[in-house]
Each structure stands twice: as structure tokens, then as C-alpha cells.
Design a binder for this molecule. Structure first.
Ligand code: B4P
Length: 195
């Protein structure tokens, strides 16, 4: 049975890291709106030009753009189910996702919150930037302490309300995102095995 899940959590919580592991381990399909937007940015499309400055400032891209990207990807379907990584990030996006899934006769099977404290988050982001630089790879323009502070503020203002939204629907499970990556993956596997 395909399982559709959301990975929720602040920037740098490890949503992308865990989504990639789930793709490999379970044949699920990762839908990362962050990756989709970065791809649009680097390919220089009209949409990419529109979103570049917003992302570089650590703010959220408009609901309309992001919901459009997800709606397109859902069309293709996924045998193992979808991992929504970085989506939804607002209540409007959460409502839209519910409607899109319902229109396909599908539903959400789990919403998993990766819980990580703010100090650890900024440490991870700074480390990622340093590692990329040392390896001669491009550094994400939003991976620096100043922009990160804005990303975190956006999270608490616009995304954190989703925790109560999904909790009220009875579908929110917290996992300890401060643990080592392997251990976070084990915790997520246990949640998925139960649904
Ligand atoms: P995203 O790409 O979603 O970026 P993120 O939240 O920073 O990443 P994530 O939580 O996946 O962390 P990761 O695994 O990489 O968003 C970027 C921007 O795109 C947003 O600011 C916004 O502008 C825009 N955007 C995206 N979606 C949107 C939406 N729906 N609506 C509007 N705008 C949207 O991990 C980070 C680091 O931690 C890595 O270096 C990793 O190696 C490390 N790490 C992971 N797990 C660890 C662990 N357990 N222990 C130690 N380190 C760990």
C-alpha cells in the first residue's frame, strides 16, 4: 500500500536528509519544494527569476507558485507513496494538499515532526556552508546566520501553526531530530510501519 507522509520541521531539521533515505529504502517519491524552487532558480525560468530574491532573503515563496508545483508532480503518481518535504509550509498549502489528495482518492498517512532546537539548527546550516566551501561546491545563498534567522522566523510565524492543525486531525507524530541521522531514520521507520 502506498503511504503518503509529510516531514515537518524548521529549516535544517533534516527533512531533505530523511526524505532521501526513505526514497532509497522504501521506493517512495520525495517531493521537495525547496529542491524544485532551487532548480527553477538555477535554470533561469520566469518563475525562477521571480522566486530567487525571496528565497535568498529567507522568506516563503507565494502559496500559488508552490501549490502549482506540487499539483503538477502529484499528477504522475507514486507507487510507494509521496514524501512531502518542506511542503506544506502554510495553512493555505495544507488545505490545498488535502484537497489535491482527496481529488485523487488518496490521503495522508502520517505527519512527522522532526524536533530540533534552534541552536543545533543554526550550527548545521553553518556547517553545511563550510563543508560546501571546502569542497569547492556552491554555497546556498540562504545558508548563513543572518538569512537563517529570517528563515526561522518565517517558520515560527507561518509553518509552526501546522503542528496544531495536524495534531487536531489526529495525525501528528514527533521524532527526536537531534539524534544521529541513522537513529532519526529508525524512528521514522517505526512510525511508517505502524500506519
Ligand atoms: P528547503 O530546501 O526546504 O530547506 P530547509 O528547510 O533548510 O532544509 P531541511 O530541513 O530539508 O534540512 P536538510 O535535510 O537539508 O527550503 C529552502 C527555501 O525554499 C525556503 O526558505 C523557502 O524560501 C523556499 N520554500 C521551500 N518550500 C516552500 C514552501 N512550501 N512554501 C514557500 N516557500 C518554500 O539538513 C540540513 C543540514 O543538517 C544538512 O547539512 C544535513 O547534513 C544536516 N543534518 C540533517 N540531519 C542531521 C542530524 N540528525 N544530525 C546532524 N546533522 C544533520
Amino acid at each position: 500500500m502506498p503511504k503518503n507522509i509529510i516531514l515537518l520541521g524548521p529549516p535544517g531539521a533534516g527533512k531533505g536528509t530523511q526524505a532521501k533515505r526513505l526514497e532509497e529504502a522504501r521506493g517512495m517519491v520525495q517531493l521537495s519544494t525547496g529542491d524544485m524552487l532551487r532548480e527553477a532558480k538555477s535554470s533561469g525560468t520566469e518563475m525562477g527569476k521571480k522566486v530567487a530574491a525571496i528565497m535568498d532573503a529567507g522568506q516563503l515563496v507565494t502559496d500559488e507558485i508552490v501549490i502549482g508545483l506540487i499539483a503538477e508532480k502529484l499528477e504522475a503518481g507514486a507507487q510507494g507513496g509521496f514524501i512531502f518535504d518542506g511542503f506544506p509550509r502554510t495553512l493555505a498549502q495544507a488545505d490545498a494538499l488535502g484537497a489535491l489528495l482527496a481529488a485523487k482518492g488518496a490521503k495522508l498517512d502520517a505527519v512527522i515532526e522532526l524536533v530540533v532546537d534552534d541552536a543545533a539548527l543554526v550550527g548545521r546550516i553553518v556547517r553545511r556552508a563550510e563543508e560546501a566551501e571546502a569542497a569547492g561546491q556552491p554555497v546556498r545563498r540562504d545558508d548563513n546566520p543572518e538569512v537563517f534567522a529570517e528563515r526561522l522566523q518565517e517558520y515560527y510565524k507561518k509553518t509552526a501553526p501546522l503542528l496544531g492543525y495536524y495534531y487536531a486531525k489526529g495525525g501528528l507524530t514527533q521524532v527526536d531530530g537531534m539524534a544521529a541521522m541513522e537513529s532519526v531514520a529508525d524512528q521514522i521507520a517505526k512510525v511508517l510501519d505502524k500506519v
